[in-house]
Ligand binder design. Structure first.
Ligand code: PGA
Length: 254
């Protein structure tokens, strides 16, 4: 059985104290209310990670992640953070290839392939994001776009490394817009992604890969999305900033 995951992506929100209190609330609510076998990952800004790891000690369902990492191991890259540093504070995941990083920071598939290698070399698990823009969907090129993001970003990995990845399908037109992909639209792409993985690796690898949906996921639509055959959880932006909403999304798996 592949892992069910609900991951929060705080983006550049919540100062240090706000982050600690939201996270403490999430831990308490999940322990009190969420009975499923899902894993919960919170991808906070870098500065929170160390303290959140301390708060999460002993919580075997809750782990921490970063939202980006540099492709180099170390060096003269002022202002950057390496995968090794992220690992050293106890995080387990790193979001790579989020559409905001592709769009605002010029991250290409080629660069993301390097980042993926570095993150895996440091024994962290990438949450690798892919997804088409509205123009690409309207031009009916969304399957091609998704395929090239897979091929150029992660299909250079061998099966052993590939099996450490989590994939997140996030249609760019659904991120932060309040417009969610319908369950059918999301399922269609998730099934396509799984088919491509099976063709490249094997059906066994494809069946074991966790594929998350992201984009305006909220407590109202989560259950229907997560009930789809190929949707294994969510990557949650806005709704992960509120402990009540985030917990209710986690509970969509109860
Ligand atoms: P959203 O963001 O839930 O606010 O749409 C999702 C994401 O960007 O990961």
């Amino acid at each position: 059985m592949r892992k069910k995951i609900v991951a929060g992506n705080w983006k550049m929100n919540l100062d240090y104290n706000e982050g600690l209190s939201v996270f403490s609330e999430v831990i308490n609510m999940i322990n009190d209310e969420a009975t499923g076998t899902q894993e919960v990952v919170v991808c906070s800004p870098f500065i929170h990670i160390h303290s959140l790891v301390q708060l999460a000690k002993g919580q075997n369902r809750i782990s921490l992640g970063a939202q980006n990492a540099h492709q180099a191991e170390s060096g003269a890259y002022t202002g950057e953070i390496s995968a090794k540093m992220i690992k050293s504070v106890g995080a387990q995941y790193v979001i790579l290839g989020h559409s905001e990083r592709r769009q605002y920071f010029g991250e290409t598939n080629e660069l993301l392939a390097k980042k993926t290698d570095t993150v895996l070399a440091d024994d962290l698990k990438p949450i690798f994001c892919i997804g088409e823009t509205l123009q690409e969907r309207e031009a009916n090129t969304h399957f091609d776009v998704i395929k090239s993001q897979l091929v150029e970003g992660i299909f250079h990995l061998d099966a052993e490394h590939f099996s450490k990845l989590v994939i997140a399908y996030e249609p760019v037109w659904a991120i932060g817009t309040g417009v969610t992909a319908t369950a059918d639209q999301a399922q269609e792409i998730h099934a396509f992604i799984r088919k491509e993985i099976a063709a490249k690796y094997s059906q066994q690898v494809a069946d074991a890969t966790t594929i998350l949906y992201g984009g305006s996921c909220n407590p109202k639509n989560a259950a229907e999305l997560f009930a789809q055959a190929d949707i294994d959880g969510g990557l949650i932006g806005g709704a992960s900033l509120k402990s009540r909403d985030f917990t209710d999304i986690v509970k969509a798996f109860n």
